[in-house]
Design a protein around this ligand. Sequence first.
Ligand code: AMP
Ligand code: ZN
Length: 667
Amino acid sequence: MTDIERIDQLREELHVHNYNYYVLNAPVISDLEFDKLMRELQDLEALHPEYYDPNSPSVRVGSDLNKNFTQVEHKYPMLSLGNTYSQAEVTEFYERVSKSLNEEFELCCEMKYDGTSISLTYEDGKLVRAVTRGDGVRGDDVTDNVKTIRSIPLVLHGEGYPKNFEIRGEILMPWNVFEELNRERELREEPLFANPRNAASGTLKSQNSAVVANRKLDAYLYYLLGDNLPHDGHYENLQEAAKWGFKISHISRKARTLQEVFDFINYWDVERKNLPVATDGIVLKVNSLRQQRNLGYTAKSPRWAIAYKFQAERALTKLEKVTYQVGRTGAVTPVANLDPVQLSGTVVRRASLHNADIIASLDLHIGDMVYVEKGGEIIPKITGVEVSARPAGSEKVTFITHCPECGSELVRYEDEAAYYCTNETACPPQIKGKIEHFISRRAMNIEGLGPETVDLFYQEGLIHNIADLYTLQTADICRLERMGEKSAENIIQGIERSKEVPYERVLFALGIRFVGETVAKKVAKAFRSIEALASANLDDLIHVDEIGEKIAGSIIQYFANEKNRILVERLRQSGLKLEADEEDLSGYSDKLKGMSIVISGVFARHSRDEYKALIEKHGGKNVGSISKKTSFILAGDNMGPSKLEKAQQLNIPIKDENEFLAMIEEE
Ligand code: AMP
Ligand code: ZN
């Protein structure tokens, strides 16, 4: 088989695997096999740039090319929907439609997904453009970012789709991805996203599609537009679209009577809490496109649809006191303790207060009557104070100055909202938090162990740090109350199995401040063993892509602490993977070993980040700025004049892309 034939074959196969996994939720190959096929495709495509295809499955991994979005005018304006919170207005809508149409009609009842809307244009079965709603008339062209969303087909299946059509839908960040992202951001002390909607729209506007690819967005498509749609029914068209490879909501139902509509609303108002994505209401649409045309539009919204929004849930209750939680990183979070109050089906006793600034801006006093809300957010929050109800002489809430757990004085770093306890190695919640992070699913994934067990082991003095886990004996555990022999054995087996966890995840599991999952991967790629990492200096570290001084400083500080070095040594003796596996290196060479290479300008044959990857793949290092140590400059068109001057000054050789590709070409 020629390379070109193989590329075609891989593209076709990967499209199908994508669809099985992301739309049908039924993968037929393992993630590992998938990655392998993808890597093979990327490698072949790199060898045959002339065979570039904008809809190849490889575009799904994104690119870090920076570009501002161009604005595109919508073919059909993207209007908003009439909104209501009351069932009485739903009845009015129904009656209005009934009267205008003066014939039988069906309503399609759908979830109102709470993300960010998107318009996709397909031509000849290929995705050609993805545009945000913008101001309704024109939006941003975010095609490259949208291509990284795996549940959006790049190439359609089957047949019968119109030559040209538009499909609209909602781009969403599933709850679990959102929570994980916020955990990561918390670890890196970055501002948290308030809800999945903000996270989805923020991500979609990212200038770096590789970031988008990492964030695992999802999408539901909910409306087809075009001249030659297969059916007159909106619902029926979507069923057809599902056959072409689109992810549609299987919750949608057609209703003929108001009673059916209310049954749908009442059922999903409760049941939506079990959905993997955020929803904020129900959308009702007249199903027949002919009837939709008859009803038409007002200036702002269609007359044939309405959104019924679920109540934004809010309650008024008394603030009893403020307590403080110390997290794994030592960050201190204030928590409002409330007089228990019923809110959206649960009793709320506590609400997050985020940080000292928020407390100050609310001007909180103990005993205040406060408004608590549970919107799209996971943890209820205090959104306001009923100042008129403030008891005379009540005490203003002021942030604590010392750690409630260990008594150390708290510090606040420059540019940061949070206060920290810096007593890392002796503050109990920090110790326990580190162990909990270490065993968590994304880190060492130790089955049978959870936060309560960690707490118990810590209380009983069985473990004081992560290395102690590996010297635990079944007998030690059995001695504890509530622990049977069977569960003790499970725990020990789980710990044993964690020794197979790859190096990059061990790095993440260590819980070095600012080293989240993504950073750990980058670090593991650049420093193939923990010794290499421990002996790296600031300069070595900041030369790694995406690692700035903040992260580098934290890594250096970690290994400068003798307690941590001892810990790592004990982990090594226990047999954990503290270096990268050999097989990770397959397809790699060391043709560029020891070389520092600066990339500059615009290229014809590969993108900048493909060149970056090629440099790393062949053992070189891609660095940002020219210095005496630079081995050569990989220059495309329009290399910056200051770089050119500096290169000439320092006598650094300049190679164009053909020379570079020749250098790394296999003989
Ligand atoms: P609003 O922004 O409140 O005016 O509501 C309109 C928005 O709801 C649309 O722009 C879509 O982004 C979103 N939406 C979510 N689910 C649906 C759905 N099933 N049908 C139509 N729009 C939806
Ligand atoms: Zn402390």
